[in-house]
Design a protein around this ligand. Structure first.
Ligand code: PNS
Length: 172
């Protein structure tokens, strides 16, 4: 049985992530989406919120599981018997970081292979950080993230900027 891990921060899940999940789920027997618990970084969404988002968004995929993990990715992969790490590649700019990560993981655990899935062309520019930046200015991120995530982001930023609601959440 081919078990793969698709790790990430998923703060929040974008349509680009979902594209990779759906495509990876077709080529492996079981895909475990691993949400990194990073104690040094506070995100927009809590780890619980991120895992809940992902569970809901992947509920239609019977061979996909969502779990939070801390520590090294290779240790997590080993703990779930995964021999494959899936990463999405958007543009050349992703490559250096991804290659470095893949080589580091390979030196730590030679039995685990990293597989890159090129993102679909229309998600090439979509990243969690871009989406957060755009949404923080009250602009629509429709098409970049699932509708439910978009609503949750609007709520988060609305709470954050509640005194400036009229500035950040106009209809433009
Ligand atoms: O979505 P991201 O932030 O690009 O995902 C990065 C992630 C979670 C895959 C990476 O930071 C990671 O694997 N962290 C766990 C710690 C680890 O294993 N580090 C060594 C390899 S870089």
């Amino acid at each position: 049985m081919n078990i793969a891990v698709y790790p990430g921060s998923f703060d929040p899940t974008t349509n680009g992530h979902l594209d990779v999940i759906e495509r990876a789920a077709k080529i492996v027997d079981k895909l475990i989406v691993g949400v990194l618990i990073n104690p040094n970084k506070t995100g927009l969404f809590t780890i619980d919120e991120r895992t809940q988002q992902l569970k809901m968004l992947t509920a239609h995929l019977p061979n996909v599981e969502v779990r939070a993990f801390s520590g090294l990715l290779v240790d997590f992969a080993r703990s779930v018997q995964a021999r494959i790490v899936i990463r999405g590649l958007r543009a050349v700019t992703d490559f250096e970081y991804e290659f470095q990560m893949a080589l580091t993981n390979r030196s730590l655990a030679g039995e685990i292979e990293t597989l890159f899935i090129p993102t679909s062309a229309h998600f090439m520019y979509v990243s969690s950080s871009m989406v957060k930046e755009v949404a923080s200015f009250g602009k629509s991120v429709e098409g970049m993230v699932p509708e439910t995530v978009q609503k949750q982001m609007e709520e988060k930023f609305r709470a954050k900027f509640k005194n400036k609601e009229e500035i950040f959440f106009n209809e433009n």
